[in-house]
Structures are given as structure tokens and as C-alpha cells.
Ligand binder design. Sequence first.
Ligand SMILES: Nc1ncnc2c1ncn2[C@@H]1O[C@H](COP(=O)(O)OP(=O)(O)O)[C@@H](O)[C@H]1O
Ligand SMILES: [Mg+2]
Length: 245
Amino acid sequence: MIELASVGRTYGSASAPVTALRDVNLVIQRGEFVAIVGPSGSGKSTLLNLIGCLDQPSSGRLLFLGEDTSTLNDTKLSRIRNRSIGFVFQMFNLVPELTVYENIELPLVYAGVTRQRRALTTKVLERVGMAHRADHPASLLSGGEQQRVAIARALVNDPALILADEPTGSIDPVSAEQVMELLGELHDQARTIVLVTHNMSVAAVAQRVVRIEAGTINEIGHSPVAETRGPAAQVTAAAISATVE
Ligand SMILES: Nc1ncnc2c1ncn2[C@@H]1O[C@H](COP(=O)(O)OP(=O)(O)O)[C@@H](O)[C@H]1O
Ligand SMILES: [Mg+2]
């Protein structure tokens, strides 16, 4: 689904460059649940933003569903984001003065969906257990509730890929468990999930753990569950070595 080949990302000016990622090779197959772990400042968010087509590599190549994203214009990139990707952020990024319902339907408004809007919004609202708060302003919810609403918003366009950047970083442990359970269920429904976290117990929910340090991927591990699945892990390993060559 996603393939990064020798990807680098440098911020700042030519005289004072900050290299956030260097020579990253990574293949994410459709249906995988991948956790990206690493210390603060290691390049996790930079990597996720590239995967989410919110940003472009400074060097190397990123293929999204087989298309080199550097060849796509802004309109095409925003179409990919709107149709294929759901984003979940650490600070939820809801519009505080809109209601829960209005926040969730927003991606459908942007996508120009009218006829099915109510049915689709209601479905995901119920899916995350927030129907009883539909008319509340988002600002009045707890952190855990806001994150569930953010997940519903990410889901409303039925994206194949969910990207979550420290989704449990600002919520209490019980809510964090609910959020991880939700992500696990979405994965079981054949969605691809890429999760960034610095918490190893959160990462353990994923099938596969990619470790990043100082902008470099230095370890790719599979959870015991993924190991027993054998062929998928082998396919992934083969795909990665193919990219390196
Ligand atoms: N917009 C930016 N401009 C300049 N430097 C940035 C920018 N975004 C991130 N960085 C730098 O790139 C490195 C990686 O950042 P980031 O991807 O946010 O790491 P993480 O998410 O793992 O904490 C850090 O050194 C950070 O300071
Ligand atoms: Mg980050």
C-alpha cells in the first residue's frame, strides 16, 4: 500500500539544515497494523506526515497505492487524504465550538457528500459510543471522549488507512485502552493502521513494530502474533529487502 525508498526529510535552510529522516526504506502492506516507536524528536511524526501525504520527502521516493506522490499535484494529494486516509492526533484537533455531530460530519462536507451524510455520520457516531453526546460542543467532552469523536471523524469517509500520532498521549489509561481496542477492531475490519507511539505497551497491540532513532529505522520487529501468521511476515520482509535493493 505504501512504499518508502531511501526517503529523507530535511527541514530548515541550506545553511542550517535539520535532518529529520535519512535513508528510510519501509513497506507497509494493505491490512497491516504497524506501530512506529522511538524517542521524542526521532522523526516519528515526520514519517507519519509523509505517509499521510501531508508532506513530501526531500529525497527518495514515496509510493502511495503504487503512485509516486512527488508526481501528484495538491488537488490529487488532498483527494488521497480525503478519500483514503483517516487521521487521529494526540490533541484530537476537533473544532471546539462545533458539536460532536458537526465535527464528525466535517470530512463529508469537504468531500461534497450530501445525500448519505446523515446516515454515514450517525453510523460512526454510534460505532464509537458517542451518540448520547451528539449535540454537545466538542469543547465540553473529556479527553478520552474527544479522542473517540476524533476516531469517528477519521472513519466517516471509510478510509482504507488510519494514521494515528500518539493517540493515547493525552488521555487517561482507561480511555487509552478503549482507543486501542477501537483501533484493533478497525484493523480486524481489514483497515491498515499505522500508529506512532513512544509507549511500548501501546505498541504491543500492533502486529509489527518499526523502531526509529535519530531519523533512521534501526529495527523491525514482529509481535509473536504476527510471527505465528508466518507468510504475511515473510511477505513483508521480502518486500522490504526488495525495496532496499
Ligand atoms: N517543521 C519543522 N521545522 C524544523 N524542524 C522540525 C520541524 N518538524 C520537526 N522538526 C525536527 O525534526 C526532528 C523530528 O521531529 P518529529 O518528526 O516531530 O519527531 P517525533 O515525532 O519523533 O517527536 C526533530 O529534531 C524536530 O525538531
Ligand atoms: Mg511526534
